[in-house]
Structure formats: C-alpha cells, structure tokens
Design a protein around this ligand. Structure first.
Ligand code: CA
Length: 230
C-alpha cells in the first residue's frame, strides 16, 4: 500500500488555493495550504512535502525566494504557477530551481497531471541514484555523471536544476539526433499532450546559458539536438 503523498500548495488567492487543494485531496493527496512566503517556508520545514505547487506572486516574500529557501534545505519537486508566458521565461532564466511551470489560468485536470508527472520523475530520479548505472557519459568536452547528477563542460561544473539535468541527460543519450519537442516533453516531463512545448524551450534556454550556446542546436519547427565532437 502506497503511503499518502503530501503536497504543499502556496497561493494567496483563496479561491485558487481552495480549488487546487480540493482537486488534489480528491486524488488522495494530503494537502497543506500556505498563503504567503514565510508560512510556506515554515510549513515545508515542519512537515516536508513530496511536491510543492507554488505561486510566484505572494505576500511576505515571493515564490522565487520561497523556492530558493526550500531547495537550499532539501530538494523537493516544485511546480511553479506564473501569470504569463514571459514570466516563465524570466524565471527559467534565473534558474530558481523549479521543475515545471504552469501559466494561469489552468485547468484542474492539467494541474493534477503535472503534479503526478513531477512525483513520477522524482521517484525515478531516486531510483537512478540508488541503482547501479553507467556512471558517466563523456561527449567531447561535456561530462555527465549520472550517479552524482553533476555536469562539467571543459572541466567547469555547471549547476543545473533537476529538470535541466534530466533534459541534458536525455539529449546526451541520443547525441547528434534531432529530438522533437513533443517527444522530449513525453520522455522527460512525462506528459502525453503537447501543450507544454514552451516549457521545453525555456529549459533549453537555461541549459544554453549555463553550458554555452553552441551545445544544443535548434531545428526550427521540430526540436533540438545535442551537438558535440566525437
Ligand atoms: Ca498570488
């Protein structure tokens, strides 16, 4: 029997918080709601959640700061709620450490699909760190250590978010092959529908910023390929 998983919902708009909490409770999650930044950090410290749904605009301090403080203590998958697409790009650029982003307004069906996908990926990442795996992929000057989840390029370590790491590892498993955005979305994020291809674009942007713009090639209208020397 699976133990009940805990989700912390951080949102100051009461109607949204209540709707999200009700939907997640109906799916069997234990849900706690926090209405501002300090309360969220305190709640996560008191009872560590398995996942967090986190609004960006909050009283006290904002979702970015909540994300930083919580992740600094213990890594936990975070789905961030943003007001606009360009806000998502901005946050990904800042590399705050969220694993997924969803732009308001969203359907409760989509929200629950994203939370389930986050938890599936977190479970998979847990297993991959405990299981024995080929520990390192070396492609040109890029080195990916799967066991330690560390990446270096030309000997310099890049600090990737868990999602950026998974995306890079996936691209690196198929070097010089164009992977469609829809396929990356399905394989890395675990989504069946293509509504979130912008999430892929945003994370690619983050990888380029941290590892160099020449590493990943865009094939317009199709997807991305990792370009490294043999
Ligand atoms: Ca808000």
């Amino acid at each position: 029997m699976e133990t009940q998983r805990r989700v912390l919902v951080v949102e100051d708009e009461r109607t949204i918080a209540d709707a999200v909490a009700a939907r997640l409770r109906a799916e069997g999650f234990t849900v706690e709601v926090a209405g501002d930044g300090p309360a969220a950090v305190e709640a996560a410290r008191r009872t560590p959640p398995d996942a967090i749904v986190l609004d960006v605009m909050l009283p006290g301090f904002d979702g970015l700061e909540v994300c930083r403080r919580i992740q600094a203590e213990r890594p936990v998958p975070i789905l961030m709620l943003t007001a606009r697409d360009d806000e998502t790009d901005l946050l990904v650029g800042l590399a705050v450490g969220a694993d997924d982003y969803m732009v308001k307004p969203f359907s409760m069906r989509e929200l629950s699909a994203r939370v389930h996908a986050l938890l599936r990926r977190a479970a998979k990442a847990d297993m991959s760190t405990t299981a024995k795996k080929p520990s390192a992929i070396k492609l040109g000057d890029l080195e990916i250590n799967q066991a330690e989840r560390r990446v270096t390029r030309a000997g310099v370590e890049a600090h990737l978010t868990p999602t950026e790491f998974d995306l890079l590892a996936h691209l690196a498993a198929h070097p010089r092959t164009v992977l469609p955005r829809e396929r990356l979305l399905a394989d890395v994020w675990g989504w069946a529908d293509a509504s979130g291809t912008r999430t892929v674009d945003s994370h690619i942007k983050g990888l380029r910023r941290k590892l160099g713009s020449d590493l990943i090639r865009t094939v317009h209208g199709v997807g991305y390929a990792l370009e490294v020397e043999r």
